[in-house]
Design a protein. Structure first.
Length: 343
């Protein structure tokens, strides 16, 4: 009788030890695939299932990295890469079209340990912009590289350049044609053109993927990748590659990745503003996120959302649109996947 009792006692100690360890070392990840006019009526059951499956794949991919003791930077990169490879989201393979019928992609990543960061803007021949942003952070003396220069750096790093038309998709092309029909009625330099652009549906002005993570060592990271705005012109760059606007992470507060109408997120420095409220005003990430998204941005027409994780593994996913593709998981929270604003 002694051996079974001892075995049971030892097993109980191990279980208690593991439980205590889990409580002491939180780890978590959250992802998004863009916010906007995302309404259930526009989805067939099969389409909704496909989107949820891809979001699940992305968050589980990142979570596995964390679960195995990997760094938050690696988890963020892995999760975003899954989304970049999918035509469902406005990043990588699913990038929207510029006015001229091509694709220009942006991305950024940030390390919460030391505020190291890397970003690329306006790249046309890079299959995974988030991976190139990571290379900029790790292997260059700069934070942001753009256009041809970014691609020259990519070649030096051994990154294979691809043809721009590999980002072509029929749904995105149809969206471009609809946008140009509205814009071409006005002259490019006129107030009417500006008015026509502002009148475009919000979905033409937003769409991004991103991830934030906390690893077992207590380090935060954030990353964002996008194809930008449908029918964008003149080398327009949004908030996704702008550190502090679309991406921010520091271990003293939180990690944020944003999605929305980039011009507003740049002007209001959204990602770092949220973290500053946590750091200097001792607010929770739920409070800080709600204030910036619903009280600062919404009243002035800034549509979109953010994903946030803090140093305790808390997660917040606020948005002010009808939906946001999103998912999260932590060592204390089961996999959550959401699309619409009522779930």
């Amino acid at each position: 009788m002694k051996t079974p009792l001892l075995a049971i006692f030892a097993s109980s100690l191990v279980a208690l030890s593991n439980s205590a360890l889990a409580a002491e070392t939180p780890f978590a990840i959250a992802i998004h695939g863009g916010a906007g006019t995302i309404e259930k009526a526009r989805f067939t059951p099969a389409q909704e299932k496909q989107y949820r499956a891809k979001l699940t794949q992305a968050v589980e991919t990142g979570y596995k990295v964390l679960q195995q003791g990997g760094e938050s930077l690696d988890a963020v990169t892995a999760a975003i890469t899954v989304l970049e490879q999918s035509p469902y989201f406005n990043a990588g393979r699913g990038a929207v079209y510029t006015y001229d019928g091509g694709h220009e992609l942006d991305a950024s990543i940030m390390d919460g340990r030391n505020r190291e960061a890397g970003a690329v803007a306006g790249v046309k021949h890079i299959e995974s912009p988030i991976k190139l942003a990571r290379l900029v952070m790790d292997n260059s003396v700069h934070v942001m590289l753009s256009g041809q220069g970014a691609e020259e750096f990519a070649k030096e790093q051994g990154v294979e350049l691809i043809e721009n038309n590999l980002f072509d998709t029929e749904p995105r092309y149809k969206a471009l044609l609809k946008a140009k029909q509205k814009l071409d009625k006005a002259k490019a330099t006129s107030k009417e053109y500006q008015a026509a652009h502002k009148a475009l549906p919000n979905n033409y002005k937003m769409g991004t993927v991103g991830a934030v993570a906390l690893d077992k060592n207590g380090n935060l990271a954030a990353g964002t990748s996008t194809g930008g705005m449908t029918a964008k012109r003149y080398g327009r760059v949004g908030d996704a590659p702008v550190i502090g606007a679309g991406t921010f992470a520091e271990n003293e507060s939180c990690a944020v990745s944003a999605t929305g109408h980039g011009e507003y997120f740049i002007r209001y420095n959204v990602a770092s503003d949220i973290c500053a409220r946590v750091k200097y005003q001792n607010k929770t990430i739920a409070q800080a996120g709600d204030e910036v998204i619903n009280q600062v941005l919404a009243p002035i027409g800034g549509t979109g959302g953010v994903i946030i994780v803090d140093t305790k593994g808390n997660i917040s996913l606020p948005f002010n649109t009808s939906g946001m593709y999103r998912a999260s998981k932590s060592n204390t929270q089961a996999t959550y996947v959401g699309i619409f604003n009522d779930e």
